[in-house]
Design a protein. Structure first.
Lengths: 237, 311
């Protein structure tokens, strides 16, 4: 079985500062892969390397195709939806416009409308707040809106950057519950970068641990949960 | 208490005053305001998306107005020539963004602003080189004469200019609200970093913005040329009024640009009529005073949001 996404020896840099030192990882179709690590380990940079919003080198192969020089909008059109760090909400636009933007590249109007209905099923509050400026939503609502927007593009791969950042534990659990549900029911494939290791290891099938730009540990999530170093450094027991 | 010497205020009060004339002044103020509004809207469209004030907006308008003049001069009906000019202006704006602005897309804002000042000088020279420096008359879209509205004589030209500018503004707001491209352009203005992540081609949206702005500028040129006459420096004062209008309304706000333009037109007209010190030439000073007052009291303008700068 070949992977949907494969990174081979990917390096990335911000100006003179190297953030990734040859990262390799793969994401199987239909699975959730978690990337764990401390602040500054390069987690966000992995996602940015994939969507080509950082200078990078090395091979990134998606659905059997090298991403090469494709810009971020082209990467999105290939079926990779990136929910960036800080959620990337269009704050001045309405909640509904934010949702519609997720389907910006799609031309199948009827299916888009059906998908919007489906999102309202997952996030019923969107219907009540559709006319409100998205910047006025709470952090948790913004995260859910960003997730819904990404799903509106019917991505083959979802890149999710720190969905739990700054959110209350209950909201975090709700977001990961929805993620797990989408994965089980619709076969959603996702690469999730997360500092909250316990929740990330629960929804993901496999995971890797990143330290200063290198993958130091990788394997099935159930195994990593039992791993001593992971438990001490990231799970705290 | 000594009796009050005749002051500025009493002098104004003593000037012959009639409500009809006031109404007339307001209407013709709205007409010139509509012209400022369309150029101000052009400035705002580009500023919102890129934080760049396009100093070349006025010269671009002049050049395209000369194109309209040439088209009518070659026998084309003005109702064909003028819409055709708007299309040419649109294409020219898109091309200018792609060719001149694109290479400095990632440069600091100040660099791009300097570039637009260079464009201002270059386009001004180009216009003078192609068409010469002499002043020409320019056909008006509207017939001369006035119509009586409740005892107030209003010229067809004023009504026409107000109607055309409001129509153009209405069309643009419909475009932004109800089309996918409009949504994409609003997205780029709101969050240029995230926009490519939903598949928007940011560069093309910016080019489209330049095209729309150039077409709006051409419209303002075509509307103003019959009264100020066509010559290479025609739009320079108008551009200053448009700046004042955009700042008055809030540089971030398209609605503000329109309201600011109309308001400024009325302010200038009333000041010119009822304040003896303000003649035709010192209207520019009034516009600059408006800029100064707004920037001091309410820097974000009437419709701007007072939020911190994006980083």
């Amino acid at each position: 079985m070949s992977a949907l996404l494969e990174l081979r020896d990917v390096e990335a840099r911000y100006g003179p500062v190297k953030a990734l030192h040859g990262v390799s990882l793969s994401v199987e179709e239909g699975s959730i892969v978690a990337v764990l690590g401390a602040n500054g380990a390069g987690k966000t940079t992995i996602l940015r390397a994939i969507s080509n919003t950082v200078r990078r080198s090395g091979d990134i192969v998606f659905a059997g195709r090298r991403l090469g020089r494709a810009g971020p909008d082209a990467v999105m059109r290939l079926g990779i939806a990136h929910v960036p760090e800080g959620r990337g909400i269009f704050r001045e636009l309405s909640v509904w416009d934010n949702l519609r933007l997720g389907a910006y590249v799609r031309r199948d109007r009827a299916a888009v409308a059906a998908d919007a209905e489906r999102m309202l099923g997952h996030f019923p509050w969107i219907a009540r707040r559709r006319g409100q400026a998205a910047g006025t939503l709470s952090g948790g609502e913004q995260q859910m809106l960003a997730l819904a927007r990404a799903l509106m593009g019917r991505p083959r791969l979802l890149l999710l950057d720190e969905p739990s950042l700054g959110l209350a534990p209950l909201v975090v659990r709700e977001i990961f519950r929805i993620l797990a549900e989408l994965n089980e029911r619709d076969g959603l494939t996702a690469l999730v970068v997360e500092q909250n290791a316990s929740v990330a290891l629960r929804v993901s099938q496999s995971a890797c641990v990143l330290e200063v730009g290198r993958v130091v540990l990788a394997g099935p999530s159930t195994e990593l949960r039992e791993h001593d170093a992971v438990r001490r450094s990231y799970l705290g027991y | 208490m000594p009796s009050a010497a005749p002051t500025w205020a009493t002098e104004v009060a003593l000037a012959a005053f009639s409500w009809q004339e006031l109404a007339q002044q307001v209407v013709s103020g709205l007409a010139s305001g509509g012209i400022y509004a369309s150029l101000a809207l052009a400035l705002v469209l580009i500023y919102r998306a890129t934080r760049v004030i396009n100093f070349a907006q006025g010269e671009l308008a002049t050049l395209t107005t000369f194109v309209a003049w040439s088209l009518t001069n070659h026998g084309l009906n003005k109702w064909v020539a003028f819409p055709l000019t708007l299309l040419i202006a649109f294409a020219g704006g898109v091309a200018l963004e792609r060719v001149v602005i694109r290479p400095v897309e990632r440069a600091p804002v100040l660099t791009v602003v300097m570039l637009t000042i260079g464009l201002l000088i270059g386009l001004n020279g180009l216009t003078a080189w192609i068409w010469g420096g002499e002043t020409r008359s320019f056909p008006s879209l509207f017939s001369t004469g006035t119509v009586d509205v409740g005892g107030v004589a209003v010229s067809y030209a004023d009504i026409g200019v107000i109607g055309v500018t409001l129509g153009a503004v209405g069309l643009i707001s419909l475009f932004f609200r109800f089309t996918k491209l409009g949504l994409g352009m609003r997205a780029v203005a709101a969050n240029p970093e995230t926009s490519p992540l939903v598949g928007i081609r940011v560069g093309w949206m910016l080019a489209l913005g330049w095209g729309l702005a150039a077409a709006l500028g051409a419209l303002s040129g075509i509307l103003v040329a019959p009264t100020v006459f066509l010559e290479p420096n025609m739009m320079q004062a108008i551009l200053l009024y448009a700046f004042a209008a955009a700042i008055l309304g809030g540089l971030e706000s398209p609605l503000g640009a329109v309201v600011g333009g109309l308001l400024l037109g009325v302010i200038l007209n009333l000041a010119g009529r009822y304040v003896p010190e303000v003649g035709g030439e010192s209207r520019l000073a009034v516009a600059l005073a408006v800029i100064l007052i707004v920037l001091t009291i309410r820097p974000s303008g009437l419709f701007g949001r007072t939020v911190g700068r994006r980083v």
